[in-house]
Design a protein around this ligand. Structure first.
Ligand SMILES: C[C@H](O)[C@H](O)[C@H]1CNC2=NC(N)=NC(=O)C2=N1
Length: 105
């Protein structure tokens, strides 16, 4: 599926598909077609276990997060450079990250 071109969310899809993601704590980045969320865990081990899980799934998808970690904090930004904006892949990876975070909170 790497060879399939990521397609930017259409104006019609945007409000519909972004609503559930925004309701789970993601926010739109200013001046950039991207979403971000900050996660906080009990300690570094939990944060890094979360990152490992997300990293494996991101690699499988061929879709990688921009992220930043210090101790128990993980900040994630998602966007698709292949289509210069948000695609369904960002929403899919956001879903994987949220589901994973549930196991480490
Ligand atoms: C060739 C390779 O699959 C592409 O460059 C992938 C890699 N990972 C990616 N990750 C993200 N976040 N956006 C992309 O457009 C993207 N493109």
């Amino acid at each position: 599926y790497f060879i399939l071109q990521a397609t930017k969310l259409s104006e019609e899809q945007r409000p519909v598909l972004l609503a559930p993601v925004l309701s789970r704590g993601w926010a739109i980045v200013e001046n950039r077609d991207a979403i971000f969320k900050n996660y906080k865990f009990e300690n570094f081990q939990q944060a890094f276990a979360f990152m490992s899980y997300v990293a494996l799934n991101a690699e499988k998808m061929g879709h990688h997060p921009e992220w930043f970690n210090v101790y128990n904090r993980v900040d994630i930004t998602l966007t698709t450079h292949d289509c210069s904006g948000l695609s369904d892949r960002d929403l899919q990876l956001a879903g994987i990250a949220d589901e994973a975070a549930g196991h480490f909170v």
